[in-house]
Design a protein around this ligand. Structure first.
Ligand SMILES: Nc1nc2c(c(=O)[nH]1)N[C@H]1C(S)=C(S)[C@@H](COP(=O)(O)OP(=O)(O)OC[C@H]3O[C@@H](n4cnc5c(=O)[nH]c(N)nc54)[C@H](O)[C@@H]3O)O[C@H]1N2
Ligand SMILES: Nc1nc2c(c(=O)[nH]1)N[C@H]1C(S)=C(S)[C@@H](COP(=O)(O)OP(=O)(O)OC[C@H]3O[C@@H](n4cnc5c(=O)[nH]c(N)nc54)[C@H](O)[C@@H]3O)O[C@H]1N2
Ligand code: SF4
Ligand SMILES: [Mo]
Length: 758
């Protein structure tokens, strides 16, 4: 019998990057535990970690490609599958041009080296403007505000939770989500520690969440009104002479405009819309200002809403006004060991960000960071005319569940001429594909949390080699990406991939040596690549990036610095310390200064002012109940419901309503409710709870697994309903991000006549 071995690796399932100890015997995954020696997570883990074992064991997980024949998805060889992709894409490209093929990249791609490092060559080779991702149903507003203020889309200030005395949290539930745009495993411990050292934690959320329970104080807010609240806090700081940006003032443009912009948003004016008393808003502002070290942190409840970019901007305006931006215990800029735009080359003067370089065909929505808003994908497929999307490539995404107006997208996708999905399952989206290219399970891939370490409260480097062999013949995910690139470039299904891999590393090396201020400025790229030796694939790219990064050995510059070999030799990770002040060098704006009042933000203010003017009419009448989502500890967006450990117990896809609303609307706990919006309707069981604000309704996203043709045996037994049937196509204009929270809905008992429920 094979002996047991223990492998230490970073969990790929969320942003917390926990270190796990995975025990393996032969082909069997014996156990997954927290790695007590992990330098960052120190043994912490959550239930989703068990997904590593359960995914390994899941009989529904694909290991061989599927190709549609006679209407049926059937197993095929890799060679046949890529030939089918080549034929399908070629046909559509020849008939409709580059824009006829759309790409959608989903969330797990951000945690996987293949798509992270090799997705770009595919997108580039394809040359379509129809590039979409889960970013426009997620954090795009924050990327836009950070890009405009600080010059790079990932220059997102992260709350220094381990050193702050006062944390104001809006629209985030890190005790369940484990943190987002905030990589910090074990948020319960970190939040408790704030209170234990005498600090304060304030949560603003239409639900009394787990995080709210750990906080010193919680306020319900009517969904969608965070920008108003944040502006009112700024208004108080400025009116009462509490704004003290200190030395930051010398680095910022347009500081004087903030007072003028905030003037209309007095606490008394915003209180009715927010549902928070003016006196409470004033107290919140004074306490924020009085705290020695404070940070404002906001997440998905504030980005997937109508005023997502304004709210994201105002968070950092407050961090600035209180002097907490870039200060220990405030909101700081992380320094990652690899891949960070704002640490490559030299700041503070940079190119800034340019948005809206092109627009979508049908609704003319502006491009953001190279992509278009996914809320517009359905109309790009459905609307005839030149440039119409006729083929779709999905990579680690489930847009038919995750993106708005799900029914419309489904109808559109059914009309496509060709579709290919790189995925693990036949699910709600991939069941429509003509070819499915299965990615290896996470344990069979190398891992380095490239993206999320750029948002971490400590600088961490941690590499995990594969633990389990891939299925026979199965290419690694990066090889599949390059294969798609070669096909998109017209080289056919059997091109030589080594040349593509070389091109990826050469491009990166060439960019690095050409960067003024780079540690290898002016060197010969071939010389650097030669030093990387025998490695190929993501490891070679990582090694290059680590070496040229801020902690790297710099190809001879610092013999003590990082290389991949050094990181590999530290299976529990390398801790390079807490965040440190980085202004002004972190900036990449054209002015070399913080842009406090970017034009795009000012231009969006009339919309917010109109909201304020209409606020007196705020109503919670049925039909104007406001729908929000919620995350659950044992879910990961839409795709881990086929793992028995994560779905056992009571069905969780319920419609939460406040007892007062339940009484008013005749809704009974456990009985079905019909929820309808301008986009559609669904039925799900009622859960009556005073955790939710009166007038608000919550349904978790990521459910609805009962579609025909889905091959998810376990999930189909707990299907739930797809909450995005209710999300209309509505976007936050500056970012194109979908509005997924604060949707007006009507709720009725589904098991009785409407008259009886009125
Ligand atoms: N109403 C509402 N909608 C939401 C949200 C919300 O809060 N409310 N949240 C939004 C957010 S924040 C996000 S990030 C999106 C997520 O949106 P998506 O990324 O579209 O959806 P996921 O559910 O993450 O689906 C991931 C897909 O990747 C596959 N997969 C998993 N691992 C791998 C892998 O390693 N390789 C490959 N190739 N495939 C893999 C899974 O089988 C699944 O099909 O949903 C958004 N939608
Ligand atoms: N267990 C688990 N963990 C996850 C995920 C998962 O699906 N399950 N998904 C991962 C992903 S992709 C992401 S992006 C992160 C997201 O991480 P978080 O942003 O922490 O996500 P949520 O837990 O959805 O918390 C959002 C909160 O916003 C509140 N909210 C809704 N509307 C409003 C509003 O208008 N204003 C305010 N102030 N609050 C509002 C909701 O009630 C909710 O409590 O989580 C990640 N981690
Ligand atoms: S918190 Fe996130 S990274 Fe940590 S074990 Fe859970 S899913 Fe994995
Ligand atoms: Mo997300």
């Amino acid at each position: 019998m094979a002996s047991e071995t223990v492998h230490y690796r970073t969990c790929p399932f969320c942003e917390a990057t926990c270190g796990l100890a995975v025990t393996v015997r032969g082909d069997e995954v014996v156990s997954v535990r927290g790695d007590a020696e992990d330098v960052f997570s120190r043994g912490f883990l959550c239930p989703k970690s068990q997904g590593l074992k359960q995914l390994h064991e899941d009989p529904d997980r694909l290991t061989r490609p599927l190709v549609r024949r006679d209407g049926e998805l059937r197993e095929a060889s890799w060679k046949e599958a890529f030939a089918a992709v080549d034929a399908g894409l070629r046909r559509v490209l020849e008939a409709g041009g580059r824009d006829a093929v759309a790409v959608y990249i989903g969330n797990p791609a951000a945690h996987s080296l293949g798509p992270m490092l090799y997705g770009a060559p595919f997108v580039k080779a394809l040359g379509s403007k129809n590039v979409y991702s889960a970013s426009t149903v997620d954090q795009m507003p924050k990327q836009v505000s950070a890009g405009l203020m600080f010059g790079a889309g990932l220059s997102v200030p992260v709350p220094d939770v381990d050193r702050t005395d006062h944390l104001l949290i809006l629209g985030a539930n890190p005790l369940v989500s484990n943190g987002s745009l905030l990589t910090a495993p074990d948020m319960r411990r970190r939040i408790r520690a704030i209170r234990e050292r005498g600090g304060k934690v304030v949560v603003i959320d239409p639900r009394h969440t787990r995080t709210a329970r750990e906080a010193s104080e919680h306020h319900f807010i009517r969904p969608g009104n965070d920008a108003l609240l944040l502006f009112a806090i700024a208004n108080v700081l400025l009116a009462e002479g509490l704004a003290e940006p200190g030395p930051l003032a010398e680095q910022a443009n347009d500081a004087e405009r903030i007072a003028e912009l905030a003037a209309p948003f007095e606490p008394d004016a915003v209180a009715p819309a927010c549902g928070i008393e003016a006196g409470e808003i004033r107290r919140m502002a004074r306490e924020l200002a009085a705290a020695e070290r404070a940070a404002v942190y906001a997440r998905i409840g504030t980005t997937t809403q109508r005023f997502g970019t304004l709210a994201s901007w105002l968070v950092d305006v407050l961090n600035y006004l209180t002097g907490n931006l870039d200060r220990e215990g405030g909101a700081m800029f992380p320094l990652a060991a690899v891949g960070q735009r704002n640490s490559s080359g030299a700041g503070p003067v940079g190119k800034g960000v340019r948005l809206g370089r092109w627009t979508s065909r049908v609704s003319e929505r502006p491009e953001v960071f190279g992509e278009l808003p996914v809320a517009g994908l359905a109309e790009e497929i459905a609307t005839p005319g030149e440039g119409r999307v006729r083929a779709l490539v999905t990579i680690a995404g489930n847009p038919l569940v995750s993106t708005p107006d799900a029914a419309a997208l489904e109808s559109a996708v059914e009309t496509l001429e060709f579709m290919v999905s790189a995925d693990l399952y036949v699910n709600e989206t991939t069941r429509h594909a003509d070819v499915i290219l299965p990615a290896p399970e996470p344990l069979a891939k190398a891992h380095y949390d490239f993206a999320l370490y750029q948002l971490a409260v400590r600088s961490i480097a941690n590499y995990s080699p594969p633990v389990i062999a891939r299925a026979e013949d199965q290419p690694d995910e990066w090889e599949t990406m390059l294969r798609l690139a070669a096909i998109a470039a017209g080289q056919g299904p059997e091109a030589e991939l080594d040349a593509w891999d070389d091109l990826v590393v050469q491009t990166l090396a060439a960019r690095e040596v050409a960067l003024p201020g780079s540690r290898v400025e002016g060197r010969a790229p071939e010389e650097l690549i030669a030093e990387l030796g025998e490695r190929r694939g993501p490891e070679r790219v990582l090694d290059l990036m680590l070496r040229v990064g801020p902690f790297g050995e710099g190809f001879g510059a610092d013999p003590e610095g990082l290389t991949l070999a050094r990181v590999e030799a530290a299976p529990h990770g390398i801790d390079l310390g807490p965040m440190r002040p980085r202004l002004p060098e972190v900036l990449r704006t054209a002015s070399g200064r913080i842009e406090l009042a970017p034009e795009q933000m000012v231009a969006d203010l009339p919309r917010l002012e109109r909201e304020l003017a209409g606020a007196a009419g705020a109503t919670t009448d049925n039909g104007h109940m406001l729908l929000i989502g919620r995350r659950q500890l044992r879910s990961n967006n839409s795709w881990m419901h086929n793992l028995p450990a994560l779905v056992k117990g009571k069905d969780r896809c319920t419609v939460q309503v406040h007892p007062d609303d339940a009484a008013r609307l005749g809704l009974i706990d456990g009985r079905p409710a019909r929820v309808s919006s301008s986009a559609g309707e669904l039925t799900a069981p009622v859960e009556v709870t005073d955790e939710i604000m009166p007038g608000v309704v919550s349904i978790p996203h990521g459910w609805g697994h009962d579609a025909p043709g889905v091959r998810l045996g376990v999930a189909a037994e707990h299907p739930g309903a797809n909450s995005n049937l209710l999300s209309p196509v509505e976007v936050d204009a500056p970012s194109g991000n979908a509005v997924l929270n604060g949707i007006p809905v009507e709720v009725r008992a589904a098991d009785r006549e409407p008259a009886a429920a009125a």
